[in-house]
Design a protein around this ligand. Sequence first.
Ligand SMILES: [Zn+2]
Length: 281
Amino acid sequence: MRTINDGFPIKQFNGIDIDTSIQSSSANYYTYSSRVVKFIVIHYTGNTKDTAKANATYFHNGSRSASAHYFVDENSCYQSVALNNAAWAVGGTSVYKHADCRNKNSISIEMCCSGNSIVSEKTINNTAYLCAELCKYIGITADTVDTFVLRHYDVWDKQCPAQWATNNSEGWIAFKEKVKSILRNEEGLTMEQYNELKSLITKQAAEINDLRNVNQQLVNVVQTTMIYNYVDDNMPDWARPAVQAAMDCGAIQGDEQGRLGLSYKDLRAICREYRCGMYNK
Ligand SMILES: [Zn+2]
């Protein structure tokens, strides 16, 4: 259940952008600044073959005594009525089957037909994703889908969607299972999965820290024990010009084998003196 005052809160689902460019004529729905919504109702258009765009255009162009919030086909979705407004979709002229669901407190999705007035699996799949987005938006969980996601057939005795209009329709049950599985996958990790992931990350962080410590220890060892005897690849780049200059002007000399015997600290000192110009000839 959610109080809706935003007309177009869902922008896309399952990679399909919701097109809002062809709105229903305002003659076809009740206008509210906000309304409390509990239910999502699934319909089919009942045409032989049609598209979401064609339906949006039809309801845009005149007074039709009917409407729906969304039209879905195999590749696209048009939102025709803002969610804060009540589409004329589930109303009937006789007794309602459902005690509570009405136009005022529901969102209606129309599935388009792909031939012979049949809704294709692709359109059904798209509708499941849109339905799941709307469930999340109004607070329907996987556990409450069976209560709050309905067919027009459940609200009022209309054969809509015709291919699901029986008491134990397998297609309808499968649709709701699909919606539930989308919701469950996106409701996040189980507590067990979360704890497992957390301990793994903690362990990896500790290992990375250990590596940093080892690295620092190596640096310390190098800086305290390494002896640099020659101006070669073993000596750090930054020290070589200074040491060479110090040798050139006779400030440092190697032993009889030419070994300089410099520590890391010596290199730093020589660099300092070099920058101060002490080895300029
Ligand atoms: Zn219907």
